[in-house]
Structure formats: structure tokens, C-alpha cells
Design a protein. Structure first.
Length: 208
């Protein structure tokens, strides 16, 4: 088996394990499960990138404009989430109890611990999907196809949570963060945006 094929299969295993572990959502403390796994993903992805022959150093190549773009889009996404949620729930009232249920499933006794694990999970998602997966797909598919497949695999992995709402959010946010990776060439901008949006909306100021 060639190193590139080994890297591709190992990446598929990482994604499958992510989806499987997300099935703990709503049961035991999901952060205690996903957090340590995210740390493993962060450690393994650079190794797989070397096997693949991609330059993982470019993932974190940072320019001031990348930080600015990430911060601006992260704030914009966060501010837009609340009125969009109100509009959607006005049109579909049954959505609000479902979202409240999601927040209950994501609740934790320790906000500090949840924020720490969430940060690791976000870094792992960006390194895996906007870094390794996108680079691997770029080696095999046209640019638009690899972007779309990266977003789809990201969303499907979140579907392990059992929530269609999480799936749709992952599709939308994944598309935005993938566009940022394409526009800047690194994962810095999507990482900053992700680090602003997810902790704020999920843990600090819930929409419900």
C-alpha cells in the first residue's frame, strides 16, 4: 500500500470515528469524549499530511488580512445567527423546541471545561476538514468538487449527533469556512471565525 493511499484510508477512519463518537451527543458528557479525540486528531493530521505529500505548514501560514477576515466573518456570522433564528422559528415554530433540546444535550456542569474542550474540537475540525481532507481531495478531484465533498463529509460526520439541525448548520458553516480556506490559502481565517462563532452561540449566548 502506498503512503498516499495509507493516508487517505487513515483519514477516512478519522472521519468515521468522529461520526461514531458524535453519537454520544445527548447521552454522557460529549465534551469528555470528543475533546480527547480531537487532541488525537490534531496530533495525527500532520503525520498523514506528510504521508500524503502535502505541505501542512501552509495550513497555518498567517497574514494580518487572514486574521482580519476570520474575525470579521466570525463576528458577522455570530450577529446574524440570532435574527436569522428568530425569523426561521417564526416561520417554523416547531423548530424552537428542537433547538432547546440540542442545548440541553450540549449542557455541561463546567463552562470552563466545555470551552477548553470546544476549542480543541474546533481546532481539530479545521485541521482535519479544511486542512488534511481538502488537500487530499485536491490531489484527486477538481477544485470545486473537492470543496463540495469536504463540506459534505464534514456535515455527515456531525450527523452522528442525530440532529438534522446540526447537519444543516454544518453544511452552511462548513461552506463558509471552506471558502475562507480557499480565499486565503490557510486555515487561519476559518479557524478564527469558527472560534468566535461556535463558543458564542453554543455555550456563551444561546439563541434560545
Amino acid at each position: 500500500m502506498t503512503p498516499r493511499l495509507t493516508a487517505l484510508l487513515a483519514t477516512a477512519v478519522l472521519i468515521g470515528a468522529w461520526a461514531a463518537l458524535m453519537s454520544r451527543f445527548g447521552g454522557a458528557n460529549v465534551y469528555a469524549v470528543m475533546g480527547p479525540y480531537a487532541a488525537c486528531v490534531i496530533a495525527v493530521c500532520p503525520v498523514l499530511a506528510r504521508l500524503q505529500g502535502t505541505a501542512q505548514r501552509s495550513w497555518l501560514a498567517t497574514k494580518p488580512r487572514d486574521l482580519a477576515l476570520g474575525a470579521a466573518l466570525g463576528v458577522a456570522m455570530t450577529l446574524a445567527t440570532y435574527p436569522v433564528f428568530r425569523l426561521v422559528t417564526a416561520l417554523i415554530p416547531s423548530l424552537e423546541p428542537s433547538v432547546e433540546s440540542l442545548y440541553a444535550d450540549a449542557s455541561t456542569h463546567s463552562l470552563v471545561t466545555a470551552l477548553a474542550w470546544t476549542t480543541l474540537i474546533i481546532i481539530a475540525e479545521e485541521v482535519l476538514w479544511r486542512g488534511l481532507v481538502l488537500d487530499e481531495l485536491d490531489e484527486r478531484l477538481p477544485r470545486h468538487a473537492s470543496s463540495a465533498l469536504s463540506v459534505v463529509t464534514y456535515a455527515l460526520a456531525q450527523l452522528g449527533s442525530g440532529s438534522f439541525i446540526v447537519l444543516m448548520l454544518a453544511l452552511v458553516c462548513g461552506a463558509v469556512w471552506t471558502w475562507q480556506r480557499r480565499a486565503t490559502g490557510s486555515i487561519t481565517a476559518p479557524l478564527v471565525a469558527h472560534l468566535i462563532w461556535s463558543p458564542t452561540v453554543i455555550l456563551l449566548w444561546p439563541v434560545t
